[in-house]
Ligand binder design. Structure first.
Ligand code: PCA
Length: 200
């Protein structure tokens, strides 16, 4: 089984396209899980998801408001630092996610292959070289950290989505990508990732 994760809304946002997209893609083979925007909770939930479902691959999604294109992340960094509080009101300043964790993990998703296929389909997208220091990065890092500790060698990656069309109505000059295009991008990411699995 392949697991997709999206996030609940956070900060001033009323919705989160990451959940909308992954929720629409559930099937017999693909399961979607909504994650809380909480540093502490995602550190634990990522371990629970790996233990409970033994997934063949994990592709996580989050909102990166202000980015104009879909971005697939290369690195997760061992750092929590934000001026925006998470949904528990936690606002860490230069803290490690895991004291014993290495500085960075590199994605195990075939990101260049995914990007090439996105571009062939004229999906505006690029590689982002790290996932920031907010909750999305903490989730991405935690999945890779726990998978390594458990000896699980599976594709794990993170995709940041821009705002969707309905989030920018009435807001002049705000970048967005249509939700249908983001769904198509997610489908391509699933397809390419599945090709790399022994028993898709
Ligand atoms: N985006 C935030 C956290 C949750 C989400 O959807 C981020 O980029 O860290």
């Amino acid at each position: 089984m392949l697991i997709l994760t999206g996030f609940e809304p956070f900060a001033h946002f009323k919705e989160n396209p990451s959940w909308e997209v992954v929720n629409a893609l559930q099937s017999d083979y693909v399961m979607a899980i909504k994650m809380p925007v909480s540093y502490e909770k995602v550190k634990k939930l990522t371990k629970e998801v790996l233990e409970k479902y033994q997934p063949e691959a994990i592709i996580s999604f989050g909102l990166a408001d202000g980015r104009a294109q879909i971005s697939i992340e290369m690195l997760a960094v061992n750092m929590m630092d934000s001026t925006t509080p998470d949904n528990d009101g936690f606002k860490p300043k230069r803290l490690k996610i895991f004291e014993d964790g290495k500085a960075t993990y590199i994605t195990t998703l075939p990101i260049f292959e995914i990007l090439d296929e996105w571009h062939k389909n004229y999906i505006p997208s690029y590689i982002s070289y790290h996932a920031g220091t907010y909750v999305c990065n903490a989730l991405f890092y935690s999945f890779l950290y726990h998978a390594e500790k458990m000896g699980l060698d599976i594709p794990i990656g993170f995709i940041h989505l821009p705002s969707s069309e309905k989030m920018v109505i009435g807001k002049k000059n705000r970048p967005y990508v249509e939700i249908k295009t983001m769904e198509k991008a997610a489908k391509i990411a699933i397809e390419i990732t599945s090709r790399h699995l022994s028993s898709p």
